[in-house]
Design a protein around this ligand. Structure first.
Ligand SMILES: Nc1nc2c(c(=O)[nH]1)N[C@H]1C(S)=C(S)[C@@H](COP(=O)(O)OP(=O)(O)OC[C@H]3O[C@@H](n4cnc5c(N)ncnc54)[C@H](O)[C@@H]3O)O[C@H]1N2
Ligand code: MOO
Length: 402
């Protein structure tokens, strides 16, 4: 048996020469999940004025401890008058602090007698005041290039009144599945046939990784048709992804087809599941070199390989550093396992009770058992030739972080 290659070497080969795609301008309200192509500079101080953090009374802190006439009422959205010393202002959360006031006392601590407020003594300067620019200063970097726009980032953009942002174009991916036995859900199953589970699973994963999966097809079962399909896919995509037909079988037309219209590198990785992997380049008619990634057909193998290879590839095309590596952490194994020459990426569900994270492995970790991926929060990474006993600490890769 020829020597198995490392996941890291295959990934480095896949990412070699990949640069971020060009930027495009989109409406901020449609930009959830997109990746910034440029840094965003703050236009405004946020908050734009000193304001109250509480419903209460604004005053000069040296006037605390006395009975102060209420000189004005300041609602959020209104413009305050200057506050004379020895008086206070009724004020509400978010309302601008009047000139002359430097603190706010919450109303629960104040006794009222008609239009006079009794303020307890010793109120610190600054009490319950949110200062202009305490969140963001105009001119500072609001968000960096490569930031994936999540809910908080969208709120942050809106706080600046920004309605349009420059984001990286979504990588266009063509997704091809193969195998005579594969039937689309909705069709009847004949003997020997199974439903196509890789197609919706990989489409969803690719979209989660930021791709636009615009071309989806089944690979024809003849050499000419396969070549034509791959060439057509390459015309409309930045990346062509296929599943199936990458092991040692003879029924496969993909390998010769790719070699006819590009280059192909077959990898046998020290990885379980997902040993066979095909990486290549297809030449599009406009001179573009389109990446080809041939994932194994076994659903679990293609699921794991998608996380290990397609996510960083989409990250490199989107200029999104957080997609380069899956977040790592340690958990306590709730299982016993031994590995051979291949590193095992076990699908585990996590239990986070009682201050400790425990990894529970689905009992059947076979590469055809998709049930092991359903409910998997992480991949427990078990090095080659290792025994992990129950209670040992195992390194895990987090799958729920987006
Ligand atoms: N003699 C050897 N046989 C196999 C080896 C090997 O080294 N020597 N490697 C095994 C490993 S590991 C894997 S992984 C698979 C990879 O096989 P292929 O990529 O060639 O995939 P297929 O043979 O086409 O299919 C494998 C398996 O997956 C099912 N499948 C395929 N596509 C889909 C789909 N879209 N939805 C659901 N299921 C799918 C297919 O029916 C097969 O059961 O090879 C091993 N064999
Ligand atoms: O590598 Mo295969 O994915 O073991 O089943």
């Amino acid at each position: 048996m020829s020597e198995l290659q490392s996941v890291e070497a295959a990934l480095a080969s896949l990412l070699q020469g990949v640069t971020p795609l060009e930027g495009e301008s989109v409406a901020s309200e449609l930009a959830a999940g997109r990746v910034l192509a440029d840094e965003v500079i703050a236009r405004l101080d946020v908050p734009p004025f000193d304001n109250s953090a509480m419903d209460g009374y604004a005053l000069h802190h040296e006037d605390a401890g006395g009975r102060l006439p209420i000189a004005q009422r300041i609602a959020a959205g209104s413009e305050p008058q200057p506050l004379a010393r020895g008086t206070c202002a009724r004020i509400f959360t978010g309302a601008p602090l009047p000139p002359g006031a430097d603190c706010v006392v919450m109303q629960e601590k104040v006794e009222l007698d008609g239009d006079v407020a009794s303020i307890p003594g010793q109120v610190p300067w600054d009490n319950n005041v949110r200062h202009r620019g305490s969140d963001v200063n105009a001119g500072s970097t609001l968000l960096s290039r490569g930031h994936r726009l999540d809910a908080a980032a969208l709120g942050f953009l809106a706080s600046q009144g920004i309605v349009e942002v420059a984001v990286c174009r979504r990588p266009r991916v063509a997704l091809l599945t193969s195998g005579n036995e594969i039937v689309e859900p909705g069709q009847p199953l004949e003997p020997g046939q199974i439903y196509n589970s890789n197609r919706p699973m990989l489409k969803a994963l690719l979209e989660q990784f930021g791709a636009d999966v615009g071309f989806i097809a089944s690979m024809p079962d003849d050499a000419d048709g396969t070549r034509a399909m791959l060439a057509l896919a390459a015309e409309q995509a930045d990346v062509v992804v296929s599943t199936g037909g990458v092991s040692v079988g003879e029924e496969d037309h993909v390998k010769p087809a790719i070699e006819a219209i590009g280059r192909l590198d077959l990898w046998r990785l020290a990885l379980k599941p997902g040993k066979p992997l095909a990486l290549g380049r297809l030449d599009a008619s406009d001179g573009r070199e389109v990446r080809f990634v041939g994932l194994p057909g076994n659903p679990v193998s293609s699921f794991v390989a998608a996380w290990l290879f397609l996510r960083p590839l989409m990250g490199a095309l989107l200029g999104c550093p957080r997609f380069a590596n899956l977040p790592k952490f340690h958990a306590r194994a709730a299982f016993d396992t031994r590995t051979g020459p291949r590193r095992h990426y076990m699908r585990v569900a996590l239990n986070m009770a009682e201050g400790e994270v425990t990894a529970h492995a689905f009992p059947d970790q076979g590469s055809g058992v998709l049930a092991s991926c359903v409910g998997a929060d992480a991949l427990a990474l078990i090095p080659a030739d290792t025994h992990i006993a129950e209670g040992d600490s195992v390194e895990c890769l987090w799958l729920r972080g987006g």
